[in-house]
Design a protein around this ligand. Structure first.
Ligand code: ADP
Length: 527
């Protein structure tokens, strides 16, 4: 009889082990364990409740929910869930046995008081590596207390259940962490690659594919140096650093900066941070490389140095003229005619105006950077404005002639008069500056139902195709001798474009290099 009992127990355990290795889902394995324990202990029904919170924080309260049941009536299940709730909310994780005995006690009370007729309940904790993961309860009708042997049998099943739960949770944890890693990698705006210790590429995220122009399919399985090509060799590379002992000296990340060469031949300025990961024996296991596009940073650096050289040049010229003329006038050993004095003071005044203008432009450019332009709208008369402007400019040049030609009934747009005046003034003053041999300058106006278009045409040096878009950028001046002979900080067109765009308009240029340029601005008639 006993032998038969042992054989059945062994068969049950074997089946459970098989279920565990077949990777059946956790609920099926637990139900199988429950059935076996109930049968072996002559129970009527059984329950497995698992702790909801797998972490073992000292202050966390153990909450349980029923995850497998066998032969339990719905009515009893409801009562039991109540007991479980009340027990778990008041009892801390430790000590596990306390929960079990309290549960058992409550079950006895329930069995005695209600219609369930259950008395010989046996309960055991499911423990894995010293942590309580759940409870296994077998409910019996007999009033006899559980024997040592019965508890031992149940313990064998409980141990298997605990293994199943731990495996399932570890598997879930690993899967969840992998999902998190995938989202992190693929969602990252920076390029990320993961290398093994021999620099073989194991991961290559979407951002890196975009940045490098190399698809993951091409990159994966190749080595770092086969895929990462530099158009200029950086001061140090990953291989150089490794040859000098990285990362074992201090384990800190390595930063490499250079121009990454895309398969199309284009270059991309990038900064790569290589972070080593070691295994438990302090051997290099992986390298995680974060690849950041630093084009914007480089551009900002470039802009800063352009700013300094343009501004220092533009400031120095008027300041030295003012100082020179003032110094001459102040010489005590010479006497000046009224005419010379007037001419000198005129130059000083003009140069001071130029300085003031430059400072205004700089302030406006930095205001624009900080948050756009404020406009004061009113109905404005562009034709009258243009006539006033050309009259003013006529007095400043003898080489140029001015034509103003506007279509009849030219509409009066709603716009900021001061700003439109500033924009037109910039275009006309450029037309003068960049046609050093003089010639006609024509300001003309057309309109459609929606917008007015004003064009400023000169017959000057023109703009090469490659510069047509760049001339609207901050501090951009065309790199040719003609431009270098004229004064300017490269801010006029930048500010003009900002003014026109603040009016929801457009600005563009047509040009024949050597023959002249025509700058056009279009402004909506009603905003
Ligand atoms: P600045 O005149 O102070 O240099 P702008 O922003 O007004 O700055 O113009 C930027 C550049 O565009 C100039 O340096 C010049 O090279 C080019 N440019 C502007 N207007 C003209 C024009 N009418 N004809 C030819 N080149 C021009």
């Amino acid at each position: 009889m006993l032998t038969d009992y042992r054989i059945r127990q062994r068969d049950h355990l074997l089946q459970i082990v098989r279920a565990l290795t077949q990777q059946l889902d956790l609920e099926s394995v637990l139900t199988r364990i429950l059935k076996a324990s109930t049968e072996m202990l002559g129970g009527r029904a059984g329950l497995i409740a698992l702790r909801d919170q797998p972490n073992n924080h000292p202050n966390s309260v153990a909450t349980f929910s029923i995850r497998a049941q066998h032969g339990v009536s719905p009515e009893f299940l409801r009562h039991f869930e109540n007991i479980l709730q009340n027990t778990s909310s008041t009892v801390l994780i430790d000590p596990a046995t306390y929960i079990i005995s309290e549960l058992e006690q409550r079950l006895h009370m329930l069995a005695r008081s209600g219609p369930f007729n259950l008395d010989g309940t046996i309960g055991l904790p499911l423990e894995a590596q010293g942590n309580l993961v759940g409870l296994l309860l077998v409910l019996r009708a007999s009033a006899s207390p559980s024997t040592y042997n019965e508890r031992k049998i149940l313990q064998a099943f409980a141990d298997h259940a605990a293994v199943a739960v731990t495996n399932a949770r570890l598997y879930e944890q690993v899967t969840q962490e992998k999902r998190q890693l995938d989202v992190l990698l693929e969602g990252s705006a920076d390029g990320i690659m993961i290398l093994d210790s021999g620099h073989l590429i194991l991961r290559w995220n979407r951002a890196l594919a975009k940045l490098s122009g190399v698809t993951p399919a091409t990159a994966l399985g190749n080595t770092h140096d086969e895929i990462i090509r530099w158009s200029n060799i950086p001061d140090r590379t990953l291989s150089d650093a490794e040859a000098r002992g990285w990362p074992f000296a201090n384990g800190s990340p390595l930063y490499v900066e250079g121009n990454l060469q895309q398969p199309t031949g284009d270059g991309r300025a990038v900064g790569i941070t290589y972070a080593p990961i070691f295994d438990k024996n302090r051997r290099l296991a992986n390298i995680i490389a974060n690849v950041r596009d630093i084009t914007k940073f480089r551009e900002a650096e470039q802009l800063k140095s352009t700013f300094i050289s343009v501004i220092s040049h533009e400031l120095r010229t008027p300041v030295s003229l003012i100082k020179g003329y003032a110094g001459t006038l102040l010489r005590e050993d010479a006497s000046w005619t009224k005419n010379t004095i007037n001419e000198s003071i005129t130059v000083i005044e003009e140069e001071a105006d130029r300085l003031a203008n430059l400072i205004d432009n700089l302030l406006e450019a930095s205001q624009l950077q900080a948050g756009g332009l404020q406009l004061n709208h009113s109905t404005i008369d562009i034709v009258t404005l243009t006539n006033k402007l050309t009259k003013k400019f006529k007095t400043q040049t003898e080489k140029h002639t001015f034509n103003v030609s506007f279509a009849d009934n030219f509409p009066k747009p709603i716009a900021d008069e001061e700003r439109i005046l500033q924009a037109l003034s910039n275009l006309i003053s450029n037309a003068i500056k960049y046609s050093p041999n003089g010639g006609p300058i024509t300001v003309s106006g057309k309109y459609t139902n929606r917008e007015i278009i004003i064009s400023v045409k000169d017959s000057g040096i023109g703009v090469e195709a490659g510069d047509l878009n760049k001339i609207f950028d901050r501090f951009h001046r065309v790199a040719d001798t003609e431009t270098s002979h004229t004064q300017g900080a490269g801010l006029g067109l930048y500010l003009t474009r900002a003014i026109i765009e603040a009016h929801h308009g457009r600005i563009w240029v047509d040009s024949d290099p050597g023959l002249g340029s025509t700058f056009h601005i279009a402004i909506p008639i009603e905003e």
